[in-house]
Design a protein around this ligand. Structure first.
Ligand SMILES: *Cc1c(COP(=O)(O)O)cnc(C)c1O
Length: 406
């Protein structure tokens, strides 16, 4: 059975002001009221369906939010100026001083730094657990815990969270399960598996052109409205507002998301199979050797595949750096952080995107020195790409010509 998300997205139709095939872009920071009474009511909190000021909402941001709610099959969605803007809005809305978070220990470096270094200022403390061990998650929950937080497919180690099981656990404790689905849009639909709040960095696959930074929170209408509340909404008051021009361009890019995700997955799966057969240490959730393979399979929307992210461990940081430089020279991709671009991007997470995590903790979670994180691009001829990558590895002695597959 095909998943509903892409159809729901396709079913959305907007007309521009003049009948254009794309909605008009809102070009105002503020909006007129026809009567003074309506303005008063709006500031009293009765803001639904009405434009006030573009930090609160704008037509372009609402259109994009609607598309993202369709993607994640939630009632509503609010867009933000970045993924971190979305994450901080959710956390600050759900937690008071002295509260507690149970989170996966393998999460995006910025989220980790927020929880580890910044939130303790407010005495909001986090327990970092192995999210694949349900007993460990359950044991970390205290009466002060306000959420279970995880990534559906984690950064950078590609651990797979069992969202159904975590949602049940969260429900038993009457707390929300918050899932960052940045690595697996369309492939996994966390809300349909029981997650209460789904977050994305739109900067990555959803936008797909590495030309802007943006984020989204998908959830119930009540929760999304609470974030926007003029009196006490963390989204409204912290003010990480997405610009309307950007919202409009992300919405257009979303129209091709289903095609892109299939191609990213197909290319990545091909390379993962090949490099595993060549004897390299490959982590890809589509491989039977991946510890989360069965969990991923159980919650996968199969037509989209296992996603566009994989890691290779080439043994040492020196080798990783040499390989990345050579691959960039050979135009196989860019040595850059971020992901979801149409060209392949690669970086060594231990010294870049996850450098916020102390070395001892990196080791404990299996984040080794020689690890390269790949976001595989939309290459037309992936066999050609494989051969070119393989020559780089042979040249650097990462692969040995006597052992590689033909
Ligand atoms: C990039 C990223 C973020 C942060 O998003 P920004 O748009 O850079 O603020 C959060 N979570 C994950 C999994 C990411 O990859």
């Amino acid at each position: 059975m095909k998943s509903k998300a892409a159809q729901k997205l396709q079913d959305l139709h907007y007309f521009g002001e003049f009948g254009g095939v794309n909605p008009s872009i809102s070009d105002s920071s503020t909006y007129t009221f026809l009567s003074a009474k309506t303005m008063f009511d709006t500031f009293e909190g009765n803001t639904e369906g009405c434009y006030l000021y573009s930090r609160h909402s704008s037509p372009s941001n609402l259109y994009l939010g609607e598309a993202l709610a369709a993607l994640e099959q939630t009632e509503s969605a609010n867009v933000y100026a970045s993924g971190m803007g979305a994450i901080t809005a959710v956390i600050m809305q759900l937690c008071n001083a002295n509260d507690h978070i149970v989170t996966s220990r393998t999460i995006y470096g910025g989220t980790y730094a927020l929880m580890k270094n910044f939130l303790p200022k407010f005495n909001i403390n986090s327990s970092f657990v192995d999210i694949t061990k349900l007993e460990a998650v359950a044991a970390a929950i205290t009466p002060k815990t306000k959420m279970i937080y995880c990534e559906a497919v984690s950064n950078p180690l590609l651990e797979i969270a069992d969202i159904t099981a975590l949602a049940q656990l969260a429900k038993q404790h009457n707390i929300p399960l918050v899932v960052d689905n940045t690595f697996s849009p369309l492939s996994i639909s966390p809300a349909s598996l029981g997650a209460d709040i789904v977050i994305h960095s739109l900067t990555k696959f959803i936008n797909g052109t590495s030309d802007c930074v943006a984020g989204v929170v998908c959830g119930t209408t009540d929760f999304c409205l609470s974030l926007k509340d003029v009196n006490d909404g963390a989204g409204m008051l912290f003010g990480s507002t997405l610009d309307s021009l950007r919202a409009a361009s992300i919405l257009k890019n979303m129209r091709t998301l289903h095609i892109r995700i299939k191609k990213h997955s197909e290319n990545t799966h091909y390379l993962a199979n090949k490099f595993e057969a060549d004897g390299l240490k490959v982590v890809y959730p589509g491989l039977a050797s991946h510890p989360g393979h069965e969990t991923m399979l159980k919650q996968l929307n199969p037509e989209y595949g296992f996603g566009g992210m994989m890691t290779l461990d080439v043994g040492s940081l020196d080798k990783a750096n040499a390989l990345m430089e050579l691959m960039q020279q050979e135009n196989l991709g860019y040595l850059a952080v971020s992901l979801g671009f149409y060209k392949t991007l690669f970086s060594a997470p231990g010294t870049s995107t996850s450098s916020e995590i102390p070395i001892e903790e990196q080791e404990e979670m299996g984040l080794t020195d020689g690890l390269i994180r790949f976001s595989i691009g939309l290459d037309h001829d992936i066999e050609h790409t494989y051969n070119a990558m393989k020559s780089c590895m042979l040249k650097l002695g990462i692969l040995d010509s006597s052992t590689v597959t033909a």
